[in-house]
Design a protein around this ligand. Sequence first.
Ligand code: NAD
Length: 325
Amino acid sequence: MSIKLGVLGAGIIAKTFMEAVPGVPDVEVSVICDADAETARALAEPRKIAWVTDYRQVFQDESVDAVYIALPHHLHEEATIAAAEAGKHILLEKPMSNTLEEADRMLAAQRRAGIKLMVGFTHRFHSEMETAKRLIELGGLGQPTMVVDVITTGGKIPKWFWQKDQAGGGVLHLNGSHSFDRIHWLLGADVSEVFTFMDTYGPGRTVEDSIVVALRLNNGAIGTTVHNWVGEFKMPFKCDLDIYGTNGALRIKTWDSLQFYSQHHSWQQKRERDDMFEKEIQEFASAIIEDREPGITGADGRRSLAVVLACYESARTGRPVAPSY
Ligand SMILES: NC(=O)c1ccc[n+]([C@@H]2O[C@H](COP(=O)([O-])OP(=O)(O)OC[C@H]3O[C@@H](n4cnc5c(N)ncnc54)[C@H](O)[C@@H]3O)[C@@H](O)[C@H]2O)c1
């Protein structure tokens, strides 16, 4: 079976996505949509794919089975609900939405329509993350005691990412949504409480670009997550997650390597291939073909969002906050 996919949004991440699609034989992109005609055309024409500028045309197209939504965050709710009502399965880029009310309406639309909804937490498909998860599940770290998750960078991104009315939140919403998902997924535990300091240093921005979060997990571990994206520096992306346990520790250098340390052993696994999008698309396709829940669900999207919003509430009130799961 070949799943016919519509791609909504032909921006930065859609380009990466399109490079991965040929590696998934079960999926064929039949139409690309972007409100900006030149952007849609530039991604579609070299691949001999149809393109449109209004995503309602994609929903009306009965030959389209599923959509990949890679739109600015404030459009995630509207596009998801319209896609669900048109009976399309949905692979939705993170973060799920800007508010929990939006997320709840999206989940209700999905339930009504009976379609698959997967949220694009790509980090789960990095090979170093997959190995780390197996090792933690086998008890290789003993009892987890602390997580330290740091994502800092300085590249150029579209201006809307720094505007609250479109992005919903700043660097935590953008990158911290990955952090909270990967911490939850790797440890099988939920963040139970957060305390946050945050600020905005870049000019013209209405969301935070610098944030430090202290957190407590419901498995007894504590931790922190740090996010910074102030200037357009030519600085390599840092995306490191350390997990400490009573018997050993892991250092995950995302896109690079996994390191393990215990009293008597240490080893390193270098990343072999950048194929996380391929694995993500394959998982989405398999969930449709096998008629099962995808490995990452709308509930996972809502969970990560609940922690992000708790962090903002803590920064606003100056108090520790428990996420509203
Ligand atoms: N999984 C990841 O690691 C990862 C990485 C980067 C971005 N993302 C997520 O992907 C999504 C898109 O981010 P991006 O970096 O590609 O942004 P982008 O700005 O490069 O792309 C968004 C595109 O949507 C188009 N668009 C805006 N309004 C539209 C409308 N009404 N109809 C059709 N098209 C419209 C824009 O013209 C633009 O080309 C966001 O949710 C972002 O957080 C995920």
